[in-house]
Design a protein around this ligand. Structure first.
Ligand code: GAL
Length: 354
C-alpha cells in the first residue's frame, strides 16, 4: 500500500478553480490595459455632488459612445492627491486621451507631465490646470459669467451695500468670474454708489459654507442689499440663511449654472438671476475633440489663455444671463428643463402659455 499520497477532494479543485477565475475577473476590472483598437477616454471629475457635473458626464459619455469611443469616468471626491493618482493610473492603463475637471488648479501639473511623457493628451475640462501646458482648456467665457452677474446686480441695485461670495479659491474659474464681476462693480464703487460690506471665497463652492458665512454676517448685524453669489449652490446656502432671518425679499441675489432648484427659485421670485451655460455644447464639443486627439487629428482653431506659465489653447463658449423675464425663452423653450420642472412649485393657473 502506497502511503504519503493524499487524494485532493473534488470540491477543493472546484473551489480553487472558482477562486482563480474570480481573481482573474477582478484583475481585469481593475486594470483594463488598452490593447485593442477602441479609443478609450478617461474622464476624471472633481466630485459628483454638483448637479451639473453629472450632466456633463452623461452627455460627454453619450457623445463619445456615438463616435465609437469608450469613456472611463472617475470621481476624485474633492481630493487633490487622489485626483493626481487617478490620472497616473489611467495613463498607465493606456487611455488615449484624458479630460479632467480639476479639483485644485495648482496640484495637477506633475500628473499632466506624466501623461504627456506617455503621449496622452490632456483636456482641462471646464476648469484650467495651472502651469501644466494642457493640450486644451475648454470651458465657457468665465470672465463673461462674472460680468453678466455684476451687470444684473447694478441694473437692479445701482446703489447699495453688496456682499460678495466668490467661488472656491482652488478653482481658477472663481477668479475669472470675480474679475469679470469687478469690472462692472468697480466704477460704481469708485463713485461711492456701491459699498462692498464684506467678501469671501466659498470653500469647494459648498452651500453649507455660504449658509454659515451669511448667517454669521447677519448675526454680526451687517446689512446688505445684494448678494453676489458665484453659483447656484452658493446662492442656495445664502438663501437658506436669509430665509431663516426673513430677509429673502430684501436682498437681490445672483447665481450661476441654471440648476433646476435655481430656476424654480427664479420663477418663485426667491432668487433673482442665474447664468445658463449650455452643458451639451461643452460636453459634446469636448468629447469630439478628445476623440480627435486620440486619432492624432488637428483640433482646429482655438483662442489662447495664460495658465501662469504657458499659453494654452482655449475654447470659450458663451454664457447667458437668465432671470424671470427670459427664463421661459432660454430654459424652457431652449429645452434645458420642461415647464413642469421649472414651475413645479407654482399653481398651474399662473404658468406662462408656452
Ligand atoms: C466651476 C464651474 C461652475 C460651478 C462650480 C462648482 O468651476 O464653472 O459651473 O459648477 O465650478 O462646481
Amino acid at each position: 500500500m502506497k502511503t504519503g499520497k493524499r487524494l485532493i477532494p473534488i470540491w477543493a479543485i472546484f473551489m480553487t478553480v472558482a477562486f482563480l477565475l474570480t481573481m482573474a475577473a477582478c484583475k481585469k476590472e481593475e486594470a483594463f490595459i488598452n490593447n485593442d483598437d477602441t479609443i478609450i477616454i478617461g474622464f476624471v471629475i472633481e466630485t459628483m455632488t454638483v448637479e451639473r457635473w453629472q450632466l456633463d458626464r452623461d452627455i460627454f459619455e453619450a457623445k463619445a459612445k456615438e463616435l465609437g469611443a469608450k469613456v472611463i469616468v472617475k470621481n476624485a471626491y474633492e481630493d487633490a492627491e487622489r485626483q493626481d493618482q487617478i490620472i497616473r493610473d489611467l495613463v498607465a492603463q493606456g487611455v488615449d486621451t484624458l479630460a479632467v475637471v480639476a479639483y485644485d488648479k495648482e496640484s495637477l501639473a506633475d500628473a499632466v507631465k506624466y501623461a504627456h511623457e506617455h503621449n496622452v493628451k490632456v483636456i482641462a475640462y471646464d476648469r484650467l490646470i495651472m502651469g501644466a501646458d494642457v493640450d486644451l482648456y475648454i470651458s465657457f467665457d468665465n470672465y463673461e459669467v462674472g460680468r453678466l452677474i455684476g451687470q444684473s446686480a447694478v441694473d437692479n441695485v445701482p446703489e447699495g451695500r453688496y456682499l460678495i461670495l466668490n467661488g472656491a479659491q482652488t478653482d481658477n474659474n472663481a477668479f475669472m468670474l470675480n474679475e469679470g464681476c469687478m469690472s462692472v462693480l468697480q466704477p460704481y464703487i469708485d463713485a461711492g454708489k456701491i459699498e462692498i460690506v464684506d467678501e469671501t471665497w466659498v470653500e469647494a463652492w459648498r452651500d453649507e459654507v455660504s449658509y454659515q458665512y451669511v448667517t454669521d454676517k447677519i448675526e454680526q448685524g451687517i446689512e446688505f442689499d445684494v448678494i453676489i453669489a458665484a453659483n447656484d449652490r452658493v446662492a442656495e446656502g445664502a438663501l437658506n440663511a436669509l430665509s431663516e432671518n426673513r430677509l429673502t425679499d430684501q436682498v437681490y441675489i445672483t447665481g450661476q449654472d441654471a440648476e433646476l432648484g435655481a430656476c424654480q427659485r427664479i420663477v418663485e421670485g426667491i432668487q433673482d438671476m442665474t447664468v445658463y451655460k449650455s452643458i451639451s455644447v461643452l460636453a459634446e464639443g469636448a468629447a469630439e475633440i478628445a476623440v480627435k486627439m486620440a486619432k492624432g487629428e488637428d483640433i482646429g482653431d482655438c483662442g489662447l489663455y495664460d495658465d501662469g506659465k504657458y499659453m494654452v489653447k482655449y475654447i470659450a463658449y458663451e454664457p447667458v444671463a437668465v432671470n424671470k423675464d427670459n427664463i421661459n425663452e432660454i430654459i424652457i423653450k431652449g429645452g434645458f428643463y420642461t415647464i413642469e420642472q421649472v414651475y413645479a412649485n407654482i399653481d398651474k393657473e399662473n404658468w406662462p402659455e408656452n
